[in-house]
Design a protein around this ligand. Structure first.
Ligand code: GRF
Length: 252
């Protein structure tokens, strides 16, 4: 199988997507849809997840897959350092876990090359970024384009980047949320698969708001992954169409 890519969407900074990029993404998605369809016929699809921390989104996806008995293989979890707590859950579940220490690589390119090699070896059909706090190189992103997804703790395109909860509070907006999107070279700019909104309440601080958003994340990320696995997602321009259509926005 082909390799997959990861990128730290949440933190990365990039240029805005051009028409050319979107066209290429569409092409990738077609190729990927074909491979996914073949794999669906011959066996289970494989997911590789990249984490840096507690891995609660990864856990939500695995638990939903178990509960709903998805025909999927969690081929591996890769962390960029050994202290990532999510590795414990992977161990308990018998999901192969790997650590590729980013500090052992002199350059971002070298780290990404090692990551890419491992993901390829694991044969991922889909690469899920779940709190992976590394900026990925353009080459890495291109390699996995159309099968690399991320969750961002804000209602994109508002509040890309880091510290979203603090910035939301500072801005005084009354609605916040989370977005699942395909990863493109423009950080936090890829086509949006689905979003969920939550209210910002009087008396919220960054911690209470983050907890409310995280609950929403745990609901939408498994849904987005399942849609991908079922071959229901099509990128058209900068939009993601769900076939057959159903709401891609959840007000929680
Ligand atoms: C989540 O808030 C996610 O949106 C962001 O990083 C956090 C990761 O949390 N990218 P977890 O490791 O999945 O618990």
């Amino acid at each position: 199988m082909t390799p997959v890519h990861a990128i730290e969407i949440t933190d990365a900074k990039g240029t805005s997507g051009s028409c050319r990029k979107v066209g290429r993404a569409t092409e990738y998605v077609h190729k990927i849809a074909f491979r996914v369809a073949i794999n669906y016929i011959v066996g289970m699809l494989s997911i590789v997840t990249l984490i840096s921390g507690r891995g609660s989104n990864f856990e939500a996806i695995v638990k939903t897959a178990q509960k709903e008995q998805w025909p999927v293989k969690f081929a591996g979890v890769i962390a960029n350092h050994s202290k990532a707590k999510g590795l414990d859950f992977a161990g308990l579940q018998g999901i192969p876990s790997y650590v590729i220490e980013h500090k052992e690589h002199a350059t971002r390119e070298s780290f990404d090359a090692a990551l890419m090699k491992k993901i390829d070896a694991l044969g991922a059909d889909l690469v899920v970024l779940a709190g992976f706090m590394r900026i990925l190189t353009p080459g890495f992103i291109r390699h996995f384009e159309g099968r690399l997804i991320n969750i961002h703790p804000a209602l994109l395109p508002a509040f890309p980047g880091l510290h979203t909860h603090e910035r939301v509070l500072e801005a005084g907006v009354k609605e916040h949320g989370a977005s699942v999107h395909f990863v493109t070279e423009g950080v936090d700019e890829g086509p949006i698969i689905c979003q969920a909104s939550v209210p910002v309440l009087d008396g919220d601080d960054a911690k209470t708001l983050a907890a409310r958003v995280l609950t929403a994340e745990h609901q939408i990320y498994p849904r987005a992954v399942k849609w991908f696995l079922d071959g229901r997602l099509r990128i058209e321009g900068n939009q993601v169409k769900l076939q057959p259509p159903e709401s891609q926005f959840f007000k929680l």
